[in-house]
Design a protein around this ligand. Structure first.
Ligand SMILES: Cc1ncc(COP(=O)(O)O)c(C=O)c1O
Length: 440
């Protein structure tokens, strides 16, 4: 019996007639007969086409920071779209949104808007290459920077495929990416201080940028070891490369000023999308005036939908709410309770667990005490993690079906949601322990 209802299963069959895999992003396919189809969402809850209600911890992979269909944001969008949704001209609202971004993000002096995180990282990489006159990009295994070809390398492969950590093999994540682009990328395990020093010594003067997520938001939210981001900052500066911090998941979520504020680091360029507009399509990249000023002076950036009114109006309302109210503090308190409660449940059942990330965006790897990179994470009990996710979904709690994807919290998650989730996990971890052959 599937943990997904009959209407979802029927919808999947219908969708698969006209959409590859029946979904519009590969990540949304959980398998035949096990992929849910959604009807609606409000606050912290989501209902599937079978009418089942879930406490939603996927939050669309992170953008929902206030809550689904958050009235104040939607009202601002409705008000603004009465005056037109796209102009291919710049509006005052758009300038105001960018002024707020500059005020909130410590390293950001100038910004260009985009529509998706993919476009933001793609443009940031172009600007970095233009600024340095170099082509090489250094990225870390397990980090994901969107679907553009430049960094869709070593996002997810078996540890053996990555080769020896001293000289990792960049693994393309898709057929169709020109092999030759592999010559422009160097990969390393995350948190590898020694590897970073070695690569910078050997190639530092050819590297345009080191790009990283602050924590591995696409691999169990593995945190940076103390000093790792700071070391990237020092070494990039020493070798004349740029530091691109991909804050698509951490921006406006772990602090109003993202990881830059949280860790007190200043990258040359930073990318944003998700939480910035509570789910409406808007993204941004920004950085120092010196670097960003290249745009328009021989460096191209643009896009028809970059300043779409729904996205801009939603960002205006969302950023204003984040600035004026202790939203992230509330999320942090609830998230801390959920993280601590989950850890205690695993410990009570004698299961080692490595908790990673931040209260607003966390994950756990079962069977390990600590993880610092994707190679180590591969040794966790992913089968048990998945079994628990499926049992939780049957009981109305929905984390993502992929163990790499963090649990996200939003302002609309209530104390009652946290209590219900802990009660569900308390039951299912006990249950799984009885039936599941542990692999540790
Ligand atoms: C860190 C990071 N960068 C970039 C992206 C790409 O963003 P988008 O899906 O909006 O293109 C994602 C998406 O999950 C992400 O997590």
């Amino acid at each position: 019996m599937s943990f997904i209802g009959p209407k979802s299963q029927a919808m999947q069959k219908r969708a698969q007639q006209v959409i590859p895999l029946g979904v519009n992003s590969n990540f949304r396919y959980w398998g035949d007969g096990t992929t849910p189809y959604v009807a609606r969402a409000k606050g912290s809850h989501l209902w599937d086409v079978d009418g089942r209600r879930y406490i939603d911890y996927r939050l669309a992979f992170g953008p929902i920071i206030l809550g689904h269909a958050f009235d104040e944001v939607d009202q601002k969008v409705v008000e603004e779209i009465q005056n037109g949704i796209l102009f291919a001209m710049t509006s005052e609202l758009e300038v105001e949104v960018i002024e707020m971004l500059v005020e909130m993000c410590p390293a950001v002096e100038m910004v260009r808007l985009d529509c998706s995180g993919t476009e933001a990282t793609m443009h940031a990489i172009r600007v970095a290459r233009a600024y340095t006159g170099r082509d090489l990009i250094l990225k870390f295994e397990g980090n994901y920077h969107g679907f553009q070809d430049h960094t869709l390398w070593s996002t997810y492969a078996p540890a053996e495929a990555y080769g020896n950590p001293r000289s990792p093999i960049p693994i393309s994540a898709s057929s169709g990416i020109p092999k030759v682009m592999g010559q422009l990328i160097i990969t390393l395990p995350f948190n590898d201080f020694e590897g970073l020093e070695r690569v910078m010594r050997s190639y530092g003067d050819q590297i345009a940028a080191v790009i990283t997520e602050p924590c591995q938001g696409n691999c169990a939210a593995i945190n940076p070891l103390p000093g790792f981001l700071e070391r990237i900052r020092e070494l990039t500066a020493q070798y004349g490369a740029l530091f691109i911090l991909d804050e698509v998941k951490t921006g406006f979520r772990i602090a109003n000023g993202g990881a830059q504020e949280y860790y007190g680091i200043k990258p040359d360029l930073a990318t944003y999308a998700k939480a910035m507009a509570n789910g409406y399509p808007l993204a941004a990249f920004g950085g120092s005036r010196e670097v960003m000023s290249l745009i328009g002076h021989g460096v191209a950036q643009g896009g028809t939908f970059n300043n779409n009114t729904p996205g801009v109006a939603a960002a205006y309302a969302t950023l204003k709410i984040l600035k004026e109210r202790p939203i992230l503090k509330t999320i942090e308190e609830r998230g801390k309770r959920l993280m601590t409660g989950l850890k205690a449940i695993f410990e009570e059942n004698d299961m080692p667990v490595a908790l990673c990330g931040y209260p607003a965006m966390f994950s756990f790897a079962i069977g390990l005490e600590r993880i610092t990179n994707q190679r180590e994470w591969h040794q966790s009990d992913k089968a048990l993690y998945l079994k628990l996710v499926e049992m939780a979904i049957e009981r109305g709690v929905m984390p993502d079906h992929d163990a790499r994807e963090p649990w996200f919290l939003c302002y609309s998650h209530s104390d009652a949601d946290i209590d219900e989730t802990l009660s569900v996990y308390s039951d299912i971890v006990k249950e799984a322990k009885k039936h599941w052959k542990a692999s540790w």
